[in-house]
Ligand binder design. Structure first.
Ligand SMILES: Cc1cc2nc3c(=O)[nH]c(=O)nc-3n(C[C@H](O)[C@H](O)[C@H](O)COP(=O)(O)O)c2cc1C
Length: 180
């Protein structure tokens, strides 16, 4: 089997939901942000705006708010840093994909630096007033025309998850679905 550092990191990255009460080094945070900013985007429009949230009171408020839309939110207040991934969109409707690509690149980069991360979806498909997305944007001072896609708690892992995947043969098909 061909193997290298990138393939190994992709294979071994697991989402981390529990974090040590220790800070993230600035250099590592910077490398994770760089990984987000080097993501691909529709029309190469570089639509990201990252808000690095370190303020404990703000993290606690975001934690309380996001309980409305997703199950495991404790990482927001427990991780030393939560990065909000916002997308300007450049007039396209690809904000979810663009946020997701950046979130994944950042989680992978975090793993390669012995950090851990996971992502929580906060976007509201209908972009309604009063939604978690809209309330979180107000808390973070984000303009109305920017979409807030994901929150990425980031820190030093305090757990080791060993989850694996289904067999590759069960999910790959050649020419037509089904492998008879
Ligand atoms: C698009 C997407 C959205 C996710 N949203 C959440 C979320 O809102 N809350 C959460 O706890 N985990 C979220 N996750 C993390 C997944 O639950 C996690 O990827 C899954 O448990 C597999 O973890 P593993 O890759 O470490 O095996 C999300 C992951 C993806 C790819």
């Amino acid at each position: 089997m061909i193997d290298n550092e990138v393939l190994k990191a992709i294979r071994e990255r697991r989402m981390v939901f529990k974090f040590k009460d220790e800070p993230v080094e600035d250099e590592k945070l910077n490398a994770v942000l760089q990984a987000g900013y080097w993501s691909e985007s529709f029309g190469d429009c570089e639509p990201w705006q990252f808000v690095v949230i370190e303020d404990q009171k703000l993290k606690k408020e975001l934690y309380e708010l996001t309980k409305r839309v997703t199950i495991y939110t404790a990482g927001i207040k427990n991780a030393p840093i939560t990065v909000a991934i916002a997308i300007t969109g450049c007039g396209t409707s690809h904000y979810i994909e663009e946020g997701a690509v950046a979130a994944h690149n950042m989680a992978l980069a975090a793993h390669s630096l012995d950090l851990g991360a996971y992502w929580l979806d906060v976007y509201d498909l209908e972009n309604k007033k009063g939604s978690v997305e809209s309330e979180a944007k107000k808390m973070l001072g984000l303009p109305e025309d920017i979409r807030l896609t994901y929150l990425l708690p980031l820190g030093i892992p305090d757990q080791k998850r060993e989850e694996t995947r289904a067999k590759l043969d069960d999910v790959v098909h050649y020419n037509k679905f089904g492998n008879e």
